[in-house]
Design a protein around this ligand. Sequence first.
Ligand SMILES: CC(C)(COP(=O)([O-])OP(=O)([O-])OC[C@H]1O[C@@H](n2cnc3c(N)ncnc32)[C@H](O)[C@@H]1OP(=O)([O-])[O-])[C@@H](O)C(=O)NCCC(=O)NCCSC(=O)C[C@@](C)(O)CC(=O)[O-]
Length: 417
Amino acid sequence: MLASKKAFDKLCRRCIPFPSTINSGDSCLLQGHISFGVSYSEGANDTRETIYWSGQRRNVSPAGFLTLTHASIGGNSLEIDNHCHDWHMSSRHYNFLSNDKSIRGFSDKVLGSIPEYVKIVEVGPRDGLQNEKDVVPTPVKVELIRMLVSSGLPVVEATSFVSPKWVPQLADAKDVMAAIRDLEGARFPVLTPNLKGFEAAVAAGAKEVAIFASASESFSKSNINCSIEDSLGRYNDVALAASKLSIPVRGYISCVVGCPVEGMISPSNVAYVAKRLCDMGCSEISLGDTIGVGTPGTVIPMLGAVLNVVPVDKLAVHFHDTYGQALSNILASLHMGINTVDSSVSGLGGCPYAKGASGNVATEDVVYMLNGLGVKTNVDLQKVILAGNFICKHLGRSSGSKTAIALSKITAHASKL
Ligand SMILES: CC(C)(COP(=O)([O-])OP(=O)([O-])OC[C@H]1O[C@@H](n2cnc3c(N)ncnc32)[C@H](O)[C@@H]1OP(=O)([O-])[O-])[C@@H](O)C(=O)NCCC(=O)NCCSC(=O)C[C@@](C)(O)CC(=O)[O-]
């Protein structure tokens, strides 16, 4: 049976893969019978129950049931009762769903351009906590960083060496760096707006820094109190000083799609700043939709303009989720070959100088999507969720990650069964 696009879309949205139970050409896939579920069995009696979706029972063989305390959804595994059996897709692009050549061909055609590995840059401790009304105590920040590192995230942006008058939430940058000095397993870049910040960061032990320009003149003024051109001059000084010490510099560009004051931003403005950052030696350039107004319709032309002047392997994307568009924008970016994605645990974040900016895309949601696509991240979703629970508990609010919320409901449901 040929897979219609509609049926395939349905699969992408809803399916729980049970690889050992889905056989070649299994028609139930296309009829929507397999869509949602947690299965479990208990002890020697092997009691089994299934949660139904749309009133239809999953057509799976007994051997296909996950045992005891493990549920798996969308290529993601879920731990219940502290038992974890990692279960990732063995191959990418939905190959596990069916051996039907037509389905595989369609999957490969639609998803084939997506990178096999995506580096996730966790920005929660910096971009997330800089926006909190109350200053988070240093030990809480440090514990959050530790938990994020233990989840396998390769880069955790730790803090900012900016003016404490401008961002009092991160005034403890030096103490945070001292506390994570011996922490291994990830890189810890920090934001530096000028030479003063750079020198303070290096003295505190930073081995990577980030500079942050804007594609919007108004935002540049409100965020760093100078024009775009002046900021590029300052950043050139930072980049020169960094290169003398062989310190990698990441360049950010804010407001790559829209600005709270100026409205839509032209892709050519973004490309101009990106080229300048590239020419000054930035190892990576992160394109930030600071107020989260982009859709694939505006993000793709912006990326196209930047790709004309900066190699794709130097680009990262940084989406805020104000209009719920972040994941679709990330998917569009992956299709264009970008393989570095910024995100923030529990969707924390926003910018104190960008009115209307909501949180970043949640790391949990990005990992969930990438797991579902069979893209490698080396990040343990459950551990990121634990880090999210930790910081949300401290902040006294629920998670901004849809994945974390959904999986916690499933865990709660399963533990009642
Ligand atoms: C850039 C400045 C410093 C200019 O601030 P200014 O007031 O124009 O600076 P100044 O040079 O006139 O100095 C004023 C005072 O600040 C001090 N100062 C000067 N520099 C530093 C420093 N590095 N660290 C500590 N102190 C500093 C300086 O020593 C002086 O102290 P005083 O003599 O008054 O006691 C200020 O505007 C600033 O710190 N801005 C940072 C704002 C910020 O962090 N915003 C959030 C970043 S998020 C973002 O940009 C978006 C991003 C990256 O996440 C991507 C996205 O989401 O799209």
